[in-house]
Design a protein around this ligand. Structure first.
Ligand SMILES: *Cc1c(COP(=O)(O)O)cnc(C)c1O
Length: 426
């Protein structure tokens, strides 16, 4: 059977198939740049694994307290060496990215301290952690205050306002690398480095923490290479490589990581406890694959951006702009557009391809949200997924794909569905 026949059996229309092949040919130069970044990052991870003498022993499972878990301790050194930090926590006890960020914040802040976000509103789930939206157990309830400086109209940092917002109570600055589900730009590691230098120039003692979710391995350097005291992320995104079934990481200075560990478990026990159960092997193997998995997701995002850009839709970033994370936003302009797009992505999945996603009222959102996710790991957004709040301007956020080939199929399936429903013409 020819590839085009296979695509046809998977429900891709001949016009979309042809459109996709042509598009892919035009993207080769960009793809080659992603290959180069991935090659560099693959070597970076491998070097850290070799230098720390990763061995079969590392894959053993510990139980109970998990004292002296050699695999866990070695893995944390591998992460620390990859991020070029003094220490790192990498644990299945960290349930998700929000939890990792919350541990880092609670562990390093004390009553009377203030957090500053110099990049506008942080990620949605952090609003309740910080207490921007009142919530049980938030930092606000412990007497930690919060201040925010908006980005300038053009998406750049408002340095004079940041200087003004820094005060004697500012203890920690939270910088979110990825746009998350906002329309602001994502920041390059270099831009984050400039911001950190500016802040440290005024207040050298302030902790600079970067929410690195969706950013790992997109560049050859990480926020920890440009002065971040803590770099934090989720293992069901880029660094888990699609294999980690749970987890989060906090890479940083020994002081910051020790503070976070005291909160992750409890004072006195810190990082010494925490059984790895059976996850070590998938954490190692996922981290080993992560540069390649991230590359596939990036190629998929550029393929999606270029396809929809060609069809006249607004996309952020555009197909040719540099990338700082794996997220692609596409403005589809109608509820029908979002629905057809998400159905297409779902129908391309390896798991649950036979179901139709429906909009639902998710806690914390002011409009129904539709989500497509046919993933091996629940909620894993390094796997091909898409979601969008069903409200104007009808943006869909598309991310992930464990292989470029699968991401490409997802986009082609979305295009075919939209074509069938008269929403696009090729
Ligand atoms: C995903 C994400 C988070 C939260 O991670 P969860 O694993 O969903 O809790 C935080 N910040 C950003 C920028 C994210 O993309």
């Amino acid at each position: 059977m020819k590839l085009t026949d296979l695509y046809s059996r998977m429900g891709i229309s001949p016009s979309v198939c042809e459109f996709g092949e042509k598009l892919q040919d035009d993207l080769q130069e960009q793809f080659a740049r992603f290959d180069k970044t991935a090659e560099y990052n693959q070597m970076k991870v491998l070097l850290a694994m070799q230098q720390n003498r990763v061995s079969e022993e590392c894959f053993q499972a510990s139980t109970g307290y998990g004292y002296n878990d050699y695999g866990r301790e070695t893995l944390e050194k591998v992460y620390a060496d990859t991020f070029h930090t003094e220490a790192c926590l990498v644990r299945p006890q960290i349930t998700c990215g929000t939890h990792a960020l919350a541990i880092a914040l609670f562990g390093n802040l004390r009553p009377g301290d203030e957090i500053l976000s110099p990049v506008g509103k942080p990620y949605d789930t952090l609003e309740e952690v910080i207490g921007i939206r009142p919530s049980r157990g938030s930092l606000a309830e412990y007497g930690v205050t919060y201040r925010q400086v908006e980005l300038k109209e053009d998406g750049s940092f408002d340095y004079p306002a940041i200087r003004e917002a820094l005060n004697e109570r500012t203890r920690l600055v939270e910088i979110q690398r990825s746009r998350g589900y906002l329309t602001r730009p994502s920041f390059s590691v270099r831009q984050i480095g400039e911001l950190i230098s500016f802040i440290k120039g005024i207040r050298p003692d302030v902790i600079c923490m970067v929410d690195n979710c969706y950013g790992e391995f997109v560049d050859t350097i990480e926020p920890s290479d440009v002065g971040a005291d803590m770099t934090v992320g989720s293992l069901i995104k880029n660094p888990g490589g699609g294999l980690a079934p749970i987890g989060g990481y906090i890479a940083g200075t020994l002081e910051c990581v020790k503070n976070a560990a005291a909160r992750m478990t409890c004072p006195g026990l810190g990082a010494e406890v925490g059984a790895s159960l059976g996850v070590n092997r998938s954490f190692y193997q996922g981290f080993f694959l992560a540069p390649m998995i991230t590359k596939g997701a990036l190629k998929g995002a550029v393929f999606a951006a270029s396809a929809f850009e060609k069809l006249g839709f607004a996309v952020t970033p555009t197909g040719s702009e540099p990338r700082n994370d794996i997220i692609q936003s596409i403005t589809l302009g109608s509820p029908e557009g979002i629905s057809a797009f998400c159905r297409g992505i779902q129908h391309a999945a390896p798991v649950d391809s036979h179901v139709d996603p429906e909009p639902w009222d998710m806690p914390g959102y002011d409009s129904p949200v539709i989500m497509a996710a046919g993933a091996f790991i629940q909620g894993s957004s390094i796997e091909l997924s898409a979601d969008g709040p069903v409200k104007p301007p009808y943006n869909v956020y598309y991310q992930g794909g464990l292989t470029y080939e699968h991401a490409k199929l997802g986009v082609m399936k979305a295009l075919t569905t939209m074509e069938k429903e008269g929403l696009i013409r090729l």
